[in-house]
Design a protein around this ligand. Structure first.
Ligand code: SIN
Length: 189
C-alpha cells in the first residue's frame, strides 16, 4: 500500500526521506499554531523554542505538502526517521488532503500527519497560546541542535509564500521577530 505524509512545518522544506511525489495542498478543520515547545530541535530544556502544531478549527484549512512514498522499504525508512524527528509530537492522525479549493472530494485520503496535542500528560513540551509579542521573544532567543528558532520561522514563512499561502499567524510572528532583531541586533538587516 502506498503511504502519504502531510507536512505543515519543517517537513514542507525538508523531507529528509525518499519520496515519489510531492503535492501542495491543504487539510480541513485545522489551523497551524506556534504552540509546541521544542527542546530537541529548535531550543533546549532551559530555553525551549516554539514549533508549529495543528489546532482543531472548524471552517479553517491548513496548507502544506503531502509526500507519496511507494516502496515498502522507503516507507519503513521514512517512518523510522520520522518517529525520531517528530518524537515530541505525541499524536498521529490520518486526514483527507485536498489540492483543489473547490473540489468536494479529497485528492488523497488517509494521509498521515504528526500533531503535538495540548494534553500536558502526553505532551510535556506543549506551551500553548500566548501573545504574538511573547511568542516572538521566545523565538528570538531559542536555538537548538537543528539551528536557531528564528530560522525555522523564516524558512516556514518563505516556504509557504513560495506556493502562495499567506498564513497570518506565521507572517505576524515573522514580522515581530524581525522588528525585535532590528532593534536588538545591529547586524541583522
Ligand atoms: C511538520 O512539519 O509537519 C511537523 C512539524 C515540524 O516538524 O515542524
Amino acid at each position: 500500500m502506498v503511504m502519504w505524509v502531510f507536512g505543515y512545518g519543517s517537513l514542507i522544506w525538508k523531507a529528509g526521506f525518499n519520496f515519489d511525489e510531492r503535492l501542495v495542498g491543504f487539510i480541513k478543520g485545522y489551523r497551524r499554531v506556534f504552540y509546541q515547545g521544542s527542546t530537541d530541535h529548535r531550543g533546549t530544556p532551559e530555553f525551549p523554542g516554539r514549533t508549529v502544531t495543528l489546532e482543531p478549527a472548524e471552517c479553517e484549512v491548513c496548507w502544506g505538502v503531502a509526500y507519496k512514498i511507494i516502496k515498502e522499504e522507503d516507507q519503513e525508512i521514512a517512518l523510522t526517521y520520522l518517529e525520531v524527528r517528530e518524537k515530541q509530537y505525541d499524536k498521529k492522525a490520518y486526514v483527507d488532503f485536498f489540492t483543489d479549493p473547490v473540489a468536494a472530494s479529497p485528492a488523497v485520503s488517509g494521509v498521515m500527519v504528526y500533531i503535538a496535542s495540548p494534553d500536558k500528560k502526553l505532551n510535556v513540551n506543549y506551551l500553548g497560546p500566548a501573545s504574538t509579542e511573547e511568542i516572538a521573544k521566545q523565538i528570538v532567543v531559542a536555538e537548538g541542535p537543528s539551528g536557531p528558532n528564528r530560522d525555522y520561522l523564516f524558512q516556514l514563512e518563505k516556504a509557504l509564500l513560495q506556493f502562495g499561502c499567506k498564513d497570518e499567524h506565521v507572517i505576524d510572528l515573522a514580522n515581530e521577530v524581525r522588528r525585535i532583531l532590528l532593534e536588538t541586533e545591529p547586524t541583522f538587516a
